[in-house]
Ligand binder design. Structure first.
Ligand code: ADP
Ligand code: MG
Length: 398
């Protein structure tokens, strides 16, 4: 793999001994019906940066958003349970401040000893956060000496705690952001052959990424709901399948562009069709030109999985975004499972990104055999689109 050069300063480049370090993390975790943390993956992902800092005698101040409290305090979106889970994972006490700015936050920071950890209450309890209000940014910054951004999942947002604060403090990347920039950056300068597998619901969500990837890849394989629109562009009947009529022209021009550039653009050759959009619908595998009028395509078929898996043989770089079918339902998850296995066995540098894609990958059990599983859904796609991510752009250059 070619390693993208990290142009931004990182947490290991700064002296943090005794300093107050404001770390923006992504603690936007799911909760169960009893108000308990249902999945602590995002909390665990922040631990390398936290222990690096505590191990060097920093005073660690952690800030995050949780849910959409719309600029108002709301106990439902309190980060207190997250602070408790973090204490358990770190094996050390974690202080909690009832507010992320003002006297409560200031007092909690003053009480922090070197090596100590504090979690601030949800930054979105203040409207200034999402508005990227300069005064709110200044209040956050006044708590600390250094800003570390480690919230890749929020890096595509220009909010006070993800970007605005960097105007007031030395600003560096945490380990998680650094890892994301390196892995996703490697896709922009890929070792060839480079194969991208793109699925998911809609062409419109991914059109820019598809266009951009087409310039970089040797093979682009398309699955999921969006493949239907491409099949229509080729003149196939897709019955009652999800199709974006208004995107058929865009699909046609992508196919044409792939041909001009001598790129392979692969589309399903067989599909799993269902008589209803239901988990337990009647279903069968048909060739792509045999989709019955009243049925819907809900997965790629076994021959397509074989075809796409064969395209991965010898690949050196693989990027996958978007489930190959309605992978939430076991009857329509086989295409997605098959691609997860093919990536795991490819021997290539493999990157998987996207909220639903990563959830589907975790269910397959192959996640541990993927080189990089991106923690950013929207952020990873915007990075690949070549957009400037405010949460990264605001960091100090090397
Ligand atoms: P990601 O979050 O990984 O970027 P998307 O949000 O684009 O992925 O797509 C995931 C959604 O696409 C899932 O909810 C899945 O059920 C849906 N989907 C995949 N294939 C189909 C299909 N053939 N018909 C309808 N929906 C589909
Ligand atoms: Mg999604």
């Amino acid at each position: 793999m070619t390693t993208a050069v990290m142009k931004k300063k990182a947490v290991r480049d700064v002296d943090v001994q005794g300093k107050r370090v404001f770390v923006r993390v992504d603690f936007n975790v799911p909760f169960d019906d009893f108000g308990r943390v249902a999945d602590d993956t995002r909390i665990r992902a922040a631990i390398p940066t936290i222990t690096h800092l505590t191990g060097r005698g920093a005073r660690v101040i952690l800030a995050s958003h949780l849910g959409r409290p719309k600029g108002q305090p709301n106990p439902k979106y309190s980060l207190k349970p997250v602070a408790d889970r973090l204490a358990h994972l770190l094996g050390q006490p974690v202080a909690f401040a009832e507010d992320c700015v003002g006297p409560a936050a200031q007092k909690a920071v003053e009480a922090l000893a070197p090596g100590g950890v504090l979690v601030l209450e949800n930054v979105r309890f203040h409207a200034g956060e999402e508005a990227n209000d300069p005064e709110f940014s200044r209040q956050l910054a006044s708590l600390a000496d250094i800003f570390v951004n480690d919230a890749f999942g929020a890096a595509h947002r220009a909010h006070a705690s993800t970007a605005g604060i960097a105007a007031h403090l030395p600003a560096v990347a945490g380990f998680l952001i650094e890892k994301e920039i390196e892995a996703l950056g490697a896709l922009l300068e890929p070792a060839h052959p480079f194969v991208a597998i793109i699925g998911g619901a809609k062409v419109s969500d991914k059109l820019v990424v598809l266009q951009r990837l087409l310039e970089k890849v040797d093979v682009l394989a398309i699955g999921g709901g969006m493949a239907n629109t491409f099949l229509r562009a080729l003149g196939y009947k897709t019955g009652k399948s999800l199709v974006q009529e208004e995107m058929i022209r865009a699909a046609e021009s992508l196919i044409a562009r792939a041909n001009e550039q001598g790129k392979q653009l692969l589309l399903p050759i067989d599909v799993v069709v269902a008589d209803f959009f239901l988990a337990d619908a009647d279903h069968k595998v048909v060739e792509v030109d045999q989709v019955p009028d009243e049925w819907l395509i809900l997965d790629i078929g076994p021959l397509t999985v074989k075809r796409y898996a064969a395209a991965l043989k010898g690949a050196r770089t693989v990027f996958w975004n978007g489930p190959m079918g309605v992978a939430e339902w076991p009857a329509f998850a086989k295409g997605t499972d098959g691609m997860a296995q093919a990536l795991a066995e490819s021997g290539a540098f493999t990157v998987v990104g996207g909220g639903d894609s990563v959830a589907a990958l975790e269910r397959t059990g192959y996640a541990g055999r993927i080189s990089h599983v991106s923690t950013g859904g929207g952020a990873s796609l915007e990075f690949l689109e070549g957009k400037v991510l405010p949460g990264i752009a605001c960091l100090n250059d090397r």
